[in-house]
Design a protein around this ligand. Structure first.
Ligand code: GLN
Ligand code: ZN
Length: 761
């Protein structure tokens, strides 16, 4: 009999209980004990759900109040001096590392692989010492004991030493710490065995990345030593990609209890994995997608499981989700606002548990029994495949008829530049912003009152118009050259468009943790995408009617919409992206026809969508950039097309950025002190660039001199004629007072630079 397992659970809470408890605690309104009790309840809920579904192996220790990566760093006593170092104790020290305090910077936060989860980057220092930390160990021990009290023999989970060090920073070669760090894990395993654990799961997702032979060798040596030291069977868990031959060759030498692989991302690696499996090692087959919200195609998965069972027997097989369920919401059954058909296509965390159990039963069943077990799922799959909602013939015909010419603007960049200069008549170093202005409590409240019906549609629209009036007026007074309307009507840059496009649905409770107490509710892109009606033209027209200066029209680009949604899994992502691009293209054309002289199409997520493995990056960049080009190609030469990217470590990508063929790009650069612009020094970038000089991620107001010197640094790398002056990103998370002050300084800095001849820089 195969067994079933879960690698990790969501933890934010079905109603974001953890978020609210954390915030209450931070505000001083509830004690630590109350927060811990909420957390314990959430863990119990998960374990009960797992047991209720009949899952054989349930995780503990995966839970974290803020971030499991941080917990694992603390477990080895990797704590920055400013957060207390080895003496750090208690929850307040823990949260200091998470959130910082006056004069104490928190740990840096960055994206966890290619997910939208953000982890805290542990800081190593030269001479870093690692040791098992008693307070942290207590977390694993007490969570295990909690499960034991419920009568559940749970499997402790911990992020492995190789991955933890690989995602940390502060020393040039973190892996030199691996041998010492591995000893900490040996001690941890001994403690867990003493506490009654009968096996452990060690996560090493970094094994799916490109690794040097040297790094792999260090990995193998570390695990040879770790595994020879312990009597506990170890499940080595890998996910977010496949294992290449070099990794498998190393793993073959290890006496693993179990190897978990992601067969959703890399089904083609199954045979290679089976061949590399030691005779005593189980296979944990990650066949249910832990990264998406769709019901599993059980027949397809059973094909894979049958193949594995033929080679190693069902008693050596574990059926599992591809990765932790941290990245999906709790339960689709609650989404009663979605129609029955659509809801039946979905599987959130709970539904995935049921799928695992069903797969376990079906694997051992004969053909007739299988037919019976799978009947429901087959019927739902068929309804999804055949539904007109996933097959809009108009959209499909339009996409099929596209040719290379549809990606091209009508004239080349240099010629467009002349036409735009003529039309816009901007000064040197023109000033603009990225789009949003502060989303005040007043705006959020109006949106809420509109939802509850307290505010009529008419009153709400009038309210938004007043907001736009104010923002335009403010920019006029500040002296900006290209204005924006401030985006008060948008709750979120993807949701706003998703709500107006065909093919998107919105859950009520579909929250997933983004970081700490923050959760996002991504749109669900289930069907063929089209744009029934203009989405932004009315707002742009209104804003432009309030000013003689050009008002930039703002859209979200196709790659970003794709990247920040739960995307249908029944066709390649690039096809879905192309449909979104066509819908945005319609909007771009309408804005152009309405007279917008400047249009910005944000691709905030272009860089973060880059695949983890180098071998796959070229293909992604090709189609992603093609989709952007498809979306913006129809504008006339004299219309200036901008794009904005947040996370912009371009480095080797600079030529690809040029291939976007945008007239102007604005990027995040202030936090790196314009270092990001190094890439522009050796490459004659043809377009115009606005390197963000005001870091909007902090409430700090930069002074004029500072902004001026950033501009001077920019001018060292990029000719002044190509430079724009703008903040890093949208201002929506900022408050008005600091925004006003910072923008004032920004315009002043631009004016001062203008008054100097370029060579003075
Ligand atoms: N136009 C959006 C804004 O200004 C861009 C946001 C982003 O890049 N994340 O808010
Ligand atoms: Zn941005």
């Amino acid at each position: 009999m195969a067994r079933t397992a879960v690698l990790g659970f969501p933890r934010i809470g079905p109603d974001r209980e953890l978020k609210f408890a954390l915030e209450e605690h931070w505000a001083g309104r509830i004690e630590a004990a109350e927060l811990q009790e909420v957390a314990r309840g959430l863990r119990e809920l998960n374990l009960q759900a797992g047991r209720g579904a009949g899952i054989d192996v349930l995780p503990v220790g995966d839970f974290a109040l803020y971030d499991h990566v941080l917990d694992t760093a603390e477990l080895a006593s990797i704590i920055a001096e400013r957060h207390g170092g080895v003496d750090a104790a208690g929850l307040s020290a823990h949260f200091l590392a998470c959130r910082g305090a006056d004069g104490v910077a928190p740990l840096e936060m960055t994206k966890w692989f290619d997910t939208n989860y953000h982890y805290l980057v542990a800081e190593l220092r030269d001479g870093q010492r690692v040791a098992l930390r008693a307070e942290s160990l207590e977390k694993w021990r007490s969570h295990l004991a909690e499960a034991q009290r419920l009568g559940i023999k749970a499997r402790p989970v911990v992020l492995g030493p190789f991955s933890l060090l690989s995602v940390s920073k502060g020393v040039s070669d973190p892996l030199t710490l691996l041998p010492a760090h591995t000893e900490v894990y040996a001690e941890l395993l001994a403690e867990l065995a003493r506490a009654g654990a009968t096996e452990v799961q060690i996560d090493e997702p970094c094994l799916v990345l490109d690794q040097s032979a040297q790094a792999l060798d260090m990995f193998t040596r570390a695990y040879v030593s770790l595994l020879s030291d312990t009597s506990l069977p170890v499940c080595l868990a890998t996910y977010f990609g496949g294992l290449d031959d070099a990794v498998l060759a190393g793993l073959r030498r290890l006496p693993l209890g179990e190897l978990h692989v992601d067969l959703v991302r890399a089904p083609e690696r199954l045979d290679a994995v089976l061949s590399a499996l030691g005779p005593e090692t189980r296979l944990s087959a990650g066949v249910v997608d832990g990264r998406n919200v769709w019901a599993t195609d059980l027949d397809q998965v059973l094909d894979r499981l049958d193949r594995a069972a033929t080679r190693i027997g069902t008693e050596r097989l574990t059926i599992a989700p591809s990765c932790s369920l941290l990245h999906v919401p709790y339960t689709a059954a609650r989404e009663l606002a979605l129609d029955d058909e659509l809801r039946s296509w979905l599987a959130f965390g709970n539904e995935k548990l049921a799928e695992l159990a069903l797969l376990g039963r079906a694997l051992d069943a004969d053909a007739a029994e299988r037919d019976e077990l799978l009947a429901n799922s087959r019927q739902r799959g068929a309804s999804r495949r055949k539904s007109p909602r996933t097959n809009d013939s108009g959209v499909r015909a339009r996409a099929a008829a596209l040719t290379g010419a549809d990606l091209e603007r009508s004239v080349p960049l240099a010629e467009r530049r002349a036409a735009q200069t003529e039309r816009l008549r901007l000064p040197q170093l023109p000033t603009t912003t990225i789009g949003s202005f502060p989303q005040t409590a007043e705006i959020r409240d109006a949106r809420r009152r509109r939802r509850t019906g307290e505010l009529s549609e008419g009153d709400y629209l009038a309210f938004l118009r007043r907001q736009i009036d104010d923002v335009i007026e403010t920019q006029e007074q500040l002296g900006f050259d290209v204005l924006v309307h401030g985006e008060p009507e948008r709750n979120d840059m993807v949701e706003y468009f998703g709500e107006q496009l065909a093919g998107f649905a919105f859950s009520e409770f579909g929250w997933v943790q983004s970081y700490g107490s923050r959760a996002v509710k991504p749109p669900i892109l289930y069907g063929d995408v089209s744009r029934p009606e203009p989405m932004t033209v009315g707002w742009w027209k209104y804003a432009q009617s309030r000013s003689q200066k050009p008002v930039k029209a703002m859209l979200t680009g196709p790659v970003t919409v794709l990247q920040w949604s739960f995307v249908r899994d029944d066709q390649p992502r690039q096809e879905t992206c192309r449909q979104i691009a066509l819908a945005i293209r319609d909007e771009v054309a309408d804005l152009d026809a309405a007279g917008a002289a400047v249009i910005q199409v944000d691709e905030a997520a272009l860089r973060e969508g880059l695949p983890l493995r180098r071998a796959e990056q070229g293909d992604y960049l090709r189609w992603a950039i093609d989709c952007f080009r498809l979306a913006v190609a129809p504008v006339q030469p004299e219309t200036q097309l901008h794009t904005h990217m947040c996370y912009s470590e371009f480095g080797s990508m600079i030529e690809e950025i040029a291939r976007l063929d945008a007239d102007v790009i604005s990027i995040e650069a202030s936090r790196s002190g314009m270092e990001l612009l190094e890439a522009f020094r050796d490459y004659a970038y043809p377009g115009q660039i606005g390197p963000g000089i005001y870091d909007i991620h902090s409430p700090r107001v930069p002074n004029v001199e500072e902004l001026e010197s950033l501009l001077a640094l920019a001018e060292e790398r990029i000719p002044r004629e190509q430079l724009w002056v703008n903040p890093d990103c949208g201002l929506k998370t900022r408050a008005w007072p600091e925004t006003q002050a910072a923008l004032e300084n920004l315009v002043a800095a631009a004016r001062r630079r203008r008054s100097m001849v370029a060579s003075q820089s």
